[in-house]
Ligand binder design. Structure first.
Ligand SMILES: *Cc1c(COP(=O)(O)O)cnc(C)c1O
Length: 436
């Protein structure tokens, strides 16, 4: 009988807590991020060759939930969360090139996987407080909608989304404001960093918390990170069964949540080959991997707005995973892709091959184009993090045609939407929360 896995902060090894406690808490009490005491090893042969993504997730996550109150519910949680696929689609015009499409969920971006899994866990965890729980989310565009969709109409939960007014795409803004019921969207007169600071201040305000129970659902939650491993495992194990080789991945990266999930899958012993990070003009990670000291900075606005991050929140987890800095720099590469290159990549692939990518996905596709130029012929999966129709104001002028809208997104766009304006101050949010 193996010891159950426990979780501690990236900053201190004690106290170690069970997974359900780490998921319920979000951030560790010392301000660090929860990590497992160790990463278990998993045999690729353990997965059912005919299993669905939900089946892969349940097998993959079983050792992470062993002996926890949620263990018996894990299969049901996976089935409830993963109601859509993450297909690995070969690009006909490009040999050995796959798209890992993560945008088939209700809000057309990969954040649906984590948000729905987290919601399915939280629904099952007991709360010893009869008052409604307010979930605060700061979003640069995609997280807010995924969390809202995952918790929409859930009794006992209120979702409050803060987004930077004018800095998300028109369709992202519509999505954020279209839920109603227990979801409120606040358009903040500031930037994403302001939204994030306002949420953090509110969460750390003990007087406010005593009045109004608050929680978060941002990307540092283990309840979002762990399930994101599932689609990498599903794709890599499927590829390995068919071809007998590992599959390489290029991941569009902002806060490092999606890429870290991929790296963890490799650490578990599953057949993930090389991993490369594609960033936008926010070059904190590319500079670090080029040998500079880690220097967080203010984010700049780019076409790939969900990756406009100057201080990647999961960097602390990356350092915990690879404590030896030299080894880490050997293992990973990160590249910065400018807006002009994003535009060019979208236009070229549309005109030459009839393939349309969202601006985030285009950063990764550009990296692969360069690798192919350099003569690399190995199998790569480009991770497609959002549907291009979500960013129509960027993509449509470049490709010179209208994009078909996926049904779930079309349904949201058909609803009316509204968001309340809010000044970018901590005081303004506190006042809004206590009077709304
Ligand atoms: C959130 C997001 C990213 C960045 O993911 P991280 O986990 O923050 O690195 C990339 N693309 C899209 C479309 C996103 O919504």
């Amino acid at each position: 009988m193996k010891e159950p896995l426990r979780y501690h902060s990236t900053r201190h090894a004690e106290p170690a807590v069970p997974i359900s406690q780490a998921i319920a808490a979000g951030l560790a009490p010392d301000g660090g991020l929860y990590v497992p005491e160790r990463l278990p090893s998993i045999d690729p042969a353990a997965f059912d060759p005919h299993g669905s993504l939900a089946d892969t997730a349940a097998t993959l996550l079983a050792p992470f939930f062993a002996d926890d109150p949620l263990t018996d519910e894990l299969a049901a949680i996976c089935t409830e969360a993963f109601t859509f696929d993450a297909p690995l689609r070969a690009l006909p015009a490009h040999p050995n090139t796959m798209m890992l499409e993560l945008f088939h969920g209700p809000t057309s971006a990969f954040k649906d996987f984590g948000a729905r899994f987290l919601a399915a866990c939280l629904r099952r965890l007991p709360r010893n407080d009869a008052r409604p729980l307010t979930i605060l989310v700061a979003t640069s565009g995609d997280t807010g909608a995924a969390v809202a969709a995952a918790f929409h109409r859930q009794p006992g939960i209120r979702v409050v989304i803060l987004y930077p007014d004018g800095l998300v795409s028109p369709r992202q803004a519509h999505q954020l404001g279209c839920f109603g019921d227990n979801v409120t969207a606040l358009r903040v007169a500031g930037r994403f960093d302001d939204c994030q600071r306002m949420v953090k201040t509110a969460l750390n305000d003990t007087a406010l918390q005593a009045q109004l129970p608050l929680s978060s659902a941002n990307s540092i939650s283990l309840g979002r990170l762990l399930p994101q491993m599932s689609y990498y495992a599903h794709a890599a194990v499927g590829w390995w069964r068919e071809h007998g080789t590992p599959l390489n991945f290029i991941v569009p990266t902002g806060n490092l949540g999606n890429a870290l999930a991929c790296l963890w899958v490799r650490e578990l012993g599953l057949p993930v080959g090389a991993v490369r990070l594609a960033c936008n003009a926010n070059a904190t990670l590319p500079d670090y991997f080029a040998g500079a000291a880690y220097t967080p900075r203010e984010a700049v606005a780019t076409l790939a707005n969900a990756m406009d991050v100057g201080a990647p929140s999961n960097f602390e987890r990356l350092r915990w995973t690879f404590p030896d800095e030299n080894r880490l720099r050997d293992l990973l590469r990160a590249d910065s892709v400018a807006d002009a290159t994003i535009r060019q990549t979208i236009a070229t692939h549309a005109h030459e091959y009839g393939e349309v990518f969202c601006p985030h996905t285009a950063t990764a596709m550009h990296r692969l184009d360069r690798l192919r130029d350099e003569g690399d012929t190995s199998p790569w999966a480009v991770v497609a993090t959002a549907h291009p129709a979500k960013f129509e104001s960027v993509v449509e002028p470049l490709i010179g045609q209208r994009l078909a809208v996926p049904p779930a997104l079309a349904a949201m766009l058909a609803r009316s939407a509204s968001a309340s304006p809010l000044p970018a101050t901590d005081m303004a949010l506190q006042e809004w929360l206590t009077t709304a």
